[in-house]
Design a protein around this ligand. Structure first.
Ligand SMILES: N[C@H](CCC[C@H](N)C(=O)O)C(=O)O
Length: 289
């Protein structure tokens, strides 16, 4: 099967984008997503994004996401920015030319994506969730303590270290901790351990954030199903939300990831998280799989 694709990135978080409206990808499996995402033997990307026809009324598109380990993902923020740039550049929606907004259906609901005049994209990521069981996370018996609105969950690591983490759902699950120096943080080791910690039955994205000032953080994210990425949109949103709930951040917040900058605003519990940032097309290609 010969497939056309577009390689894109949002702040260095990179994607393979397929037009699954004009191409039939229904036969592809998790093995295929892994093969396509493999950086030595395939195209290489953190996630694979499918542009599909919506199955619910009122939506312009359906947006399906796979990690490069082949697992299906509920939401992908950097990918959403690339999604709207892709459908605009490919002329896949007429009304976008006027409103420059599209409504997309995702596994956990809907999102509105806006293409700004300067080429950046603003995504309404919806309201974050804080119910551990919804993440899902198993927290029975885990010592927890409150800090401002946030409940911190203490997790013990294999060598006895204890970490206070915030649990935030952006449709996908995030475990966020504050560190004093994000560049020195053990992201690869602790991220890998927490990703598959028994507390998280469906694994988890692991965020490390350093508070520079109330309006600026530096982050690194060890992503579920992809490892450390240069940026993670939902992870950046989860970190900002956790910091605001802990009383150490004030909206809006500039988020410096290794691959670029994101701007995130959140007005508090029940309100949506708004994320703005870059979306870049790298190249078009085709592959036989
Ligand atoms: N890179 C994506 C997150 C993918 C999340 C995925 N790693 C998972 O939840 O399994 C983002 O920009 O939000």
């Amino acid at each position: 099967m010969e497939l056309k694709f577009t390689k894109m990135h949002g702040a260095g978080n990179d994607f393979i984008v397929f037009n699954a409206i004009e191409q039939d990808l229904s036969a592809l499996t998790a093995d295929d997503w892994r093969a396509l995402g493999n950086r030595q033997f395939g195209i290489g990307a953190d996630q694979i994004l499918l542009v599909e026809k919506p199955t619910i009324a009122g939506m312009d598109f359906k947006y399906t996401i796979y990690n490069n380990d082949g697992s299906l993902v509920e939401n992908c923020g950097n990918g959403a920015r690339c999604f709207v740039k892709y459908v605009y550049d490919q002329g896949l929606t007429q009304h976008l030319a006027n409103t420059r907004e599209v409504a997309v259906q995702i596994a956990t609901g809907t999102m509105v994506l806006k293409l700004n005049d300067d080429g950046s994209v603003t995504v309404n990521m919806g309201a974050p969730g804080f119910v551990a069981a919804d993440l899902p996370a198993v927290v029975d018996g885990l010592p927890t303590r409150a800090q401002a609105e946030d409940t911190l969950y203490e997790v013990q690591l294999t060598h006895g270290e204890r970490r206070d983490i915030s649990l935030v759902s952006m449709g996908n699950p995030h475990a966020v901790q504050i560190v004093t120096d994000v560049d020195a943080a053990p992201v690869l080791t602790e991220g890998a351990e927490l990703e598959v910690h028994p507390m998280f039955p469906r694994r988890v994205n692991v965020g490390f954030m350093q508070v520079m000032n109330p309006h600026h953080i530096k982050v690194r994210i060890f992503e579920r199903g992809a490892g450390e990425t240069l940026a993670c949109g939902t992870g950046a949103c989860a970190a900002v939300v956790a910091g605001i709930r802990r009383g150490v951040l004030t909206s809006p917040v500039r988020v410096s990831a290794r691959g670029g900058e994101l701007s995130i605003a959140w007005a508090g519990t029940g309100e949506p998280v708004l994320m703005s940032g870059p979306a870049v097309t790298v190249f078009d290609g085709q592959i036989t799989i």
